[in-house]
Every structure is written in C-alpha cells, then in structure tokens.
Design a protein. Structure first.
Length: 318
C-alpha cells in the first residue's frame, strides 16, 4: 500500500495542531497516488466481519494499522472489515483515513452515539458499534489498539451458538462478592463455572475482556441479536448506582450476563488469539516460544517498547 500513515504514527495526540496538519498533508498527497484495490463487493458474502472504532485523532491511526493487519493475515474472500465513527465526528476524520479504508477494501460508517446512554459513555461506543447491521455469518468487534501478527482464519475465532472472547486480564477493582447482587438485578444465579484470568486472578466468576468479541449475527428465538441483548443489559446495569466502577467496566461486567441472556455460550479464546500487553507484562517482549496471533498493545508507549510499531508500519507499506 505504501501509505504515509507511518508519519502520522509518529504524531501523538498531544503534539501540536500545526504538526498534525503538516503530517496529514503529506499523507493525503501520498494516498491520492494509490491505485484502487479490490472491494468486498467483488468477493461475495463474508463469513466474518471485523469492525472497530475509527475516531480522531489517535484512534483513526490505530484503526488504519489494525485494518492493514487484517488484510495482511486473513483471506479477504472470508473476511470483511468496517470502521465505525460517531456520526457527530465524521467530519473531523482525515480524508486520508477514508481513502486508506477504500484502498484496503473497507469503509468507515457513521453510527449514532449521542443519546444512546442516559449520559455520555464514550467507552460504550463498542456496544453501539455491535448494534449496527452487517451482512456476514459472524461479526467480531476488535479494539482499535489491536494488531494481528500472523496468518489466521475465522474458524479459529467464530463458533456456532457461542460468543468468543478471552478471559479479562484482571479484576482488581472489586471483590468476587460483587457478582451476586449484579446477577440478582437480572434474576439470575451466579454461574458455578470458575475461570483463571489472563494476568491476575484464579478461580474467578467468568469475566471477559471486551477487546475482542466474536458473535453470530443470527437472531435468537426471540428475534433478538446478541448485540441487542448486550446493549439492553448494559443500560439496565448502568442505572444501578450502587455498582462501583461500572464505568468504564460496564461492557465487561455485562458481557457474560448478556451471553447467557441471549441463549448463547461463551467460548474462551486461547491467550495467543488475544494477547493483552501492559500491566504486569510492561517492559517485556512478546514471547518467542509461543505463536502469538493477536496483540492488544493498548497505547503508543507499549507499541514502541515491544517493537510492534515497526511491524505495523511494515504492513501498511505492503
């Protein structure tokens, strides 16, 4: 692709507006010279659609890198990709981001986020993105600060009748006793199953990361898609003022509950399919004795420390 997105990757959200405009101008000029690549309409109905948030300034850069990694490591005949931007911020997107998506056989769609919660909850945009309609058998929400690192397949992620997600990294902000009253809000019993969290926590009530959530698009017997149930569940719990730290953790708190309420089961992804960096792993390289398919790097500092910035730049230049 040879996009000049690498220049934008050197500009953090705290850099000057003048510098951002200068870099954007260079990027725009380079993108205008790119040839068109094949679009999804030429490949038939995809099995899986990856989707993610594209929001200026920094997450439009992360999203473009994520898209490049999708196109590098997944068969385009099986996989589609869609970026979503809050409708009221679409006009702020750099035109080069839209063009880059077009070149890579994707698009950025607006989604209505204002008024979707009782009061603004930007972190909940991922649930709003899930609500949007897509034409594929399965869909996968992926945080924008994620990068695919090796050849992969939808069959490794999507399972019939299940929502695929990884165990959360940790749950240090509350004790396990919190689950009983939370489940009581929905007249449900706490599951007997216990899991090990990815970084810190053993024998815990199922609690999952929302950084990658793969679900079937087919509606259940009540004609409701999984995202509809997740959104309703999150809005209900959001109104329970007694729940500590429900923001920003509302999405993860309600994910296991919504899976059950939708009549589905959870499929816990192996760590290699969603390797969460940072925290207790800060300063460590990716393990060399394991095949890491997907890295969730979280921020620019970790992107640099792990050498993943160069990996992303290489994929964008291909």
């Amino acid at each position: 692709m040879g996009l000049c997105i690498t220049e934008l990757q050197r500009v953090g959200p705290k850099d000057s507006l003048h510098q951002e405009k200068r870099v954007a101008a260079v990027w725009n000029a380079r993108v205008k010279r790119q040839p068109m690549q094949i679009g999804r309409e030429d490949l038939g109905k995809p099995k899986l659609t990856f989707f993610y948030i594209v929001e200026p300034p920094q997450y439009e850069v992360y999203a473009s890198t994520l898209l490049a990694s999708i196109r590098t490591h997944f068969d385009p005949s099986e996989v589609a990709a869609i970026g979503y931007c809050p409708a009221h911020r679409m006009s702020e997107l750099d035109p080069a981001v839209l063009r880059a998506h077009e070149i890579m056989g994707s698009e950025v769609r607006p989604m209505q986020t204002e008024g979707m919660w009782d009061f603004p909850y930007p972190h909940g945009n991922k649930i709003i993105a899930c609500l949007q309609e897509r034409d594929s058998e399965y869909s996968a929400f992926v945080d924008s600060d994620v990068m695919f690192l090796r050849a992969n397949s939808p069959s490794n992620l999507a399972k019939a009748g299940q929502v695929s997600c990884s165990a959360a990294a940790s749950m240090v902000w509350a004790d396990q006793e919190i689950w009983t009253p939370i489940y009581k809000v929905f007249d449900m019993a706490v599951p007997k199953e216990r899991i090990r969290l990815m970084r810190r926590g053993r024998n815990t009530v199922p609690y999952f990361s929302s950084g990658m959530v793969v679900f079937p698009e087919e509606a259940n017997t009540e004609c409701r898609r999984f995202p509809d149930v997740w959104y309703e569940t999150a809005r209900t719990l959001d109104r329970e003022d007694w729940v500590p730290k429900r923001r920003p953790y509302l999405d993860q708190l309600t994910l296991p509950i919504a899976i059950q309420r939708a009549g589905l089961r959870w499929n816990i992804l192996p760590e290699e399919q969603h390797y969460i960096l940072g925290g207790k792993l800060r300063g460590q390289d990716l393990p060399e004795d394991r095949a890491i398919y997907t890295a969730h790097y979280r921020n620019d500092a970790i992107l640099r420390e792990t050498g993943l910035r160069k990996v992303g730049q290489k994929m964008l230049k291909q």
